[in-house]
Design a protein around this ligand. Structure first.
Ligand code: SF4
Length: 78
């Protein structure tokens, strides 16, 4: 899997705990989502998290619950 997108991650060097809010806490996830919204590799990051079934944290601007929703929607439309 190509993970070169990580080199352009907007979250590089930031406190990683910001990206691991309490599970499904939408308010606590906002700072991380704000960083992700400015990230040029957001799509690649999200697809990576979906592909490896990343369980924890905010990836590609999506929380764990949001990623589960995307996976369900894709299964329905597959
Ligand atoms: S989308 Fe968010 S978590 Fe993913 S690389 Fe960019 S800043 Fe980091």
């Amino acid at each position: 899997m190509n993970t070169s997108w990580r080199n352009q991650a907007a979250c590089q060097g930031l406190d990683p705990t910001v990206f691991y809010p309490s599970p499904d806490d939408d308010v606590e996830a906002e700072p991380a989502k704000g960083v992700c919204s400015t990230c040029s590799v957001r799509e690649a990051c999200l697809e990576h998290a979906l592909a490896v079934r990343e369980k924890d944290g905010v990836w590609g601007g999506c929380t764990e619950r949001e990623r589960r929703r995307i996976i369900r929607q894709r299964r329905r439309t597959a």
